[in-house]
Design a protein around this ligand. Structure first.
Ligand code: S3P
Length: 439
């Protein structure tokens, strides 16, 4: 059995100093997937060495790809070409990683071998019909449980997939990416339309590998003509990990933090926009482009936040940052309202319910709604909260300690290792009074 980890946070303090947070999770997954399908050797630096991205890496090793891990964050992938993957000998275990499972389902649907995708308890509860239904329309054969969840049993339909023109019912980069990857093996032009912009790392990286994807407004199209040619990838820091310190340094007095080399792809920067609307002091410095992705250093200093109505168009652009944005709202003056965010209910946990429960335990007036939350800013007290094994919930409540009036204990934090194993070291170096207990 894996060990349980409890976070203990002493209340108060400030955050000061420079940090380079973990590599971007979405880009790390895609670097392994596309690097494996490329012809030639792809070198990746800044790769996220955390459980989720490593689950993808292991899955491709299990399909015969030689992948070397060298110094911290340096990965070399010996690509096998678009048709070079081999049948895995056993089910591919993807741990907690929704991105691995949903993207792989598309990629493996058109292969000349069968495969089975499994995951941990949380991943085995998450909805997979959002990918298997459109894939079935393309001719894929993927069995789920009756509830539409993993394990996914994929019967490879090599040469038998046909294209689709699909309007996604929800704003999901995982669904979009899944269908684009399936479209690389389908006859005709696969077109995916999204109801609102979502992260576009798949489209950018495919182009970087020389595979043509055309993007027209909210529609991306791909076909089976083309190949991927190896490249070098420098993965920027994950803005979703930086977000904990953007909020932490905003809410804690006397704070001044410089977050270096952070990815600021416009499909990911909703957290900066929302915090700025709340009155945060965030400067975007030294903007540059690294391997097709915009990157900058972010300077954040303490501020007096105010409650806002979060514009719905920013929701998909900040979808992973709401746990910590709820902490910002709890420290703000006045009311913050989030609507249009029902997707939060099907993340690693039900992030609306779990955050509302924890905030209430800490004495915050937080009212969950079907598609969001209404939070009255005020005091955060101390207490014991449950993260439900959700990494971002655990880290969000740790940051809350900076403004709490008493210590906070957070249960079930081992999954911080899925996205940000260095969280504790970086947070404590900057000034968070965090200790961990294994039991
Ligand atoms: C991701 C897309 C988002 C996000 C997840 C990573 C990706 O999920 O929440 O952490 O890498 O494509 P959805 O597509 O379900 O919104």
């Amino acid at each position: 059995m894996t060990k349980k980890i409890t976070f203990h946070v002493q209340n108060g303090g400030s955050l000061n100093g420079d940090a380079r947070v973990a590599g971007d999770k979405s880009i790390s997954h895609r670097s392994i997937m596309l690097g494996s399908l490329a012809e030639g050797t792809t070198h990746v630096t800044g790769f996220l060495e955390a459980e989720d991205a490593l689950a993808t890496l292991q899955a491709f090793r299990d399909m015969g790809v030689e992948i070397e891990r060298k110094d911290e964050g340096c990965v070399t992938i010996h690509g096998v070409g678009k048709h070079g993957l081999k049948a895995p000998k056993a089910p591919l275990y993807l741990g907690n990683s929704g991105t691995s499972m949903r993207l792989l389902s598309g990629l493996l649907a058109g292969k000349n071998f069968n495969s089975v995708l499994t995951g941990d308890e949380s991943l085995s509860k998450r909805p997979m019909k959002r990918v298997t239904e459109p894939l079935a329309k393309m001719g894929a054969d993927i069995k789920t449980t009756e509830k539409g969840t993993a394990p996914l049993e994929i019967t490879g339909k090599s040469g038998q997939l046909s294209s689709i023109n699909y309007e996604m019912p929800m704003a999901s980069a995982q669904v979009k990416s899944c269908l684009l990857l399936a479209g690389m093996y389908a006859q005709g032009e696969t077109k995916v339309t999204e109801p609102a912009p979502t992260r576009d790392h798949t489209e950018r990286m495919l182009s970087g590998f020389g595979y043509s994807v055309s993007v027209n407004g909210n529609q991306a199209s791909i076909n089976a003509d083309g190949k991927l040619t190896s490249m070098t990838i420098d993965v920027p820091s994950d803005i979703s990990s930086a977000a904990f310190f953007l909020v932490g340094a905003s809410i804690a007095e006397n704070s001044n933090v410089l977050l270096k080399h952070v990815g600021i792809n416009p499909t990911r920067t909703g957290v900066i926009d929302i915090l700025k609307l709340m009155g945060a002091n965030i400067e975007v410095l030294n903007e540059r482009t690294v391997g097709g992705e915009p990157v900058a250093d972010l300077r954040v200093t303490s501020s007096k936040l105010k409650g806002i109505e979060i514009p719905e168009n920013l929701v998909p652009l900040a979808i992973d940052e709401f746990p910590v944005l709820f902490i910002a709202a709890a420290c703000a003056e006045g009311e913050t309202r989030l609507t249009g965010a029902e997707e939060l209910r099907v993340k690693e946990s039900d992030r609306i319910q779990v955050m509302a429960d924890g905030l209430q335990i800490l004495g915050v007036d937080a009212k969950p709604t079907p598609d969001g939350m209404i939070i009255q800013g005020g005091k955060i007290g101390g207490g014991t909260v449950e993260s439900h094994g959700d990494h971002r919930i655990a880290m969000a409540f740790a940051i809350a300690g900076l403004r709490a009036t008493a210590p906070i204990e957070i249960l079930d934090c081992a999954n911080v290792n899925t996205s940000f194993p260095e969280f504790k070291n970086i947070a404590t170096n900057l000034g968070l009074k965090l200790t961990t207990e294994e039991n």
